[in-house]
Design a protein around this ligand. Structure first.
Ligand SMILES: [Zn+2]
Length: 42
């Protein structure tokens, strides 16, 4: 997941030469998906 630094909208998929579909900006911040992985240790 990426977040546009200009309009601060979240773009789920971002390929190489893509721009923000909302404002056309090309700088993004990587976001970590908020998934908590629980591993049971046995
Ligand atoms: Zn944008």
């Amino acid at each position: 997941m990426y977040k546009c630094v200009k309009c601060k909208k979240i773009v789920p998929k971002l390929e190489e030469k893509i721009r923000c579909p909302y404002c056309g900006y090309r700088i993004f911040v990587k976001l970590r998906p908020e998934v908590v992985k629980r591993v049971q240790a046995r």
